[in-house]
Design a protein around this ligand. Structure first.
Ligand code: ARG
Length: 471
């Protein structure tokens, strides 16, 4: 049966871009598995930017005529406007964004459009476009991480001296301040920004001009295109440039770690909102109701921020798996790099925005935080430290004495401050009334003045430092 009457064949004619050696179009299923236009249309801005830089360089190098470059530039700008306005019709038969734009350019401007692809290949083109896209995503996320840090630092400044229970093993450990807890996440996010910034530095080399895999015989100026596109320099090895996607892997790794940080805060908000804790309240703006239980106020945004981590981690594993064992140079496998990255970038952007909104919105119940901060013998360490500082007991001995006092208080059904001086002296004769001064939560947090500790003076200073750094 001739190819053009086969119902499984989509096209009677071969591809306009590379069909010179083909007599007929692909099988329908071939077209389906091959086409990436459904998702890589997201790269249109980067593709046009890259082509403008390439054409300008070709003209400057005398490889194409200035009038052709002018026509290409005008044509690409019009195509950009068409896509922006939603008037561009994407064609699956043209596989991807690169061929869609190039074919439309030739439709519009004729022969000059056919000169654009001189000295380049889709392999260096897509590597360039995708680096530009990931770089833009990094820059957008950096702004968002800074916004979340700013929201946290503002809450820290506001609550620098407000005590809350500090936990280890999710068991009451020692009082901390709410501000100190907020600033812990500021530190995590600062490292996340650093990870993205490190990855950005390595990403910022331009593959354009590496051509299919071996470079090109045309006298192109790769330094010029690299500079025009905001890269620090051209990539140094054409095989590496068209085939590696480690810049995307680093992006996803940084995104996954950041998402894990966001998920930890999200989890805390979920716990803190639950009635038995009652540490914070989210307003109606960040709460949903239940269709059956009228009393419910559910922290869905926090739950979703917690859950989106799954797809971001999944994206990293997916792309690691795609890249593993790929021989040099380009292989179509790498077309599978885009969807995980797009999805992870969207998920992280949404989580960061929702988290910043929740951090600004949440109202801590300061009275409850203060009350629970002092429960569960939370100042037992302060008592032991007093025995060391004032009576010069060895710490291990002080720990044992305090342990007996905790057991005694528990048996009496009181806090440590509910014990009498006589109760105390029965365990350690040297104890004086002054010990009761260190058993309050305020005294406890105020005493933690070591570098990085929770003392309100430290927290206020750190919050102010971050606020100044994050303007
Ligand atoms: N859509 C392709 C991708 O994303 C573009 C590169 C195609 N190159 C090729 N030789 N088929 O990887």
């Amino acid at each position: 049966m001739p190819a053009n009457s086969d119902p499984e064949r989509r096209n009677v004619t071969a591809n306009a871009q590379w069909g010179g050696r083909f007599a007929a179009g692909p099988a329908v299923i071939m077209g389906e598995i091959n086409a990436s236009i459904g998702f890589d249309r997201k790269l249109w801005r980067q593709d046009i930017r890259g082509s403008l830089a390439h054409a300008a360089m070709l003209a400057r190098a005398g490889i194409i005529q200035p009038e052709d470059e002018a026509a290409i530039r005008a044509g690409l700008e019009q195509i950009g406007a068409e896509i922006e306005a939603g008037r561009f019709s994407f064609d699956t038969d043209l596989e991807d964004i690169h061929m869609n734009i190039e074919a439309r350019l030739t439709d519009r401007i004729g022969e000059a459009g056919k000169r654009l692809h001189t000295g380049r290949s889709r392999n260096d083109q897509v590597a360039t476009d995708f680096r530009l896209w990931v770089r833009d995503a990094m820059d957008g996320l950096d702004v968002q991480m800074a916004e979340l840090m700013r929201a946290l630092a503002d809450r820290a400044a506001q609550h620098a001296a407000d005590p809350m229970p500090g936990f280890t093993h999710l068991q009451t450990a020692q009082p901390v301040t709410f501000g100190h807890h907020m600033l812990a996440y500021v530190e995590m996010l600062a490292r996340d920004r650093g990870r993205f910034a490190d990855a950005r530095r390595r990403l910022n080399e331009c593959p354009l001009g590496s051509a299919a895999l071996a470079g090109t015989s045309f006298p192109i100026d790769r330094h010029a295109t690299a500079t025009a596109l905001g890269f620090d320099r051209p990539t140094a090895n054409s095989l590496d440039a068209v085939s590696d996607r480690d810049f995307a892997l680093e992006f996803l790794a940084a995104a996954a770690i950041c998402a894990i940080h966001v998920s930890r805060l999200a989890e805390e908000i979920v716990i803190w909102c639950s009635a038995p804790f009652g540490f914070v309240r989210l307003s109606d703006a960040f709460t949903t109701g239940s269709s059956i239980m009228p009393q419910k106020r559910n922290p869905d945004a926090a739950e979703l921020a917690r859950a989106k981590t799954g797809r971001i981690m999944g994206a990293l594993v997916a792309l690691l798996t795609v890249m593993k064992g790929l021989p040099l140079a380009y292989a179509k496998d790498t077309q599978e790099d885009k969807e995980p990255v797009f999805d992870a970038a969207d998920a992280l952007a949404l989580s960061l925005a929702a988290m910043a909104g929740m951090v600004r919105d949440l109202q801590p119940d300061l009275a409850r935080l203060r009350a629970t901060a002092g429960s569960g013998f939370a100042t037992a360490t302060d008592l032991a430290d007093w025995l060391v500082r004032v009576l010069h007991l060895p710490f291990r001995t002080a720990h044992h004495v305090t342990g007996r006092l905790v057991a005694k208080a528990e048996a009496k059904g009181v806090d440590l401050s509910g014990l009498t001086l006589a109760d105390m002296q029965a365990e350690e004769a040297g104890i004086t009334q002054a010990i009761f001064d260190v058993l309050t939560v305020d005294a406890s947090v105020a005493s933690r003045t070591s570098y990085g500790g929770t003392a309100p003076a430290n927290v206020a200073r750190e919050a102010a430092r971050w606020q100044a750094a994050l303007v």
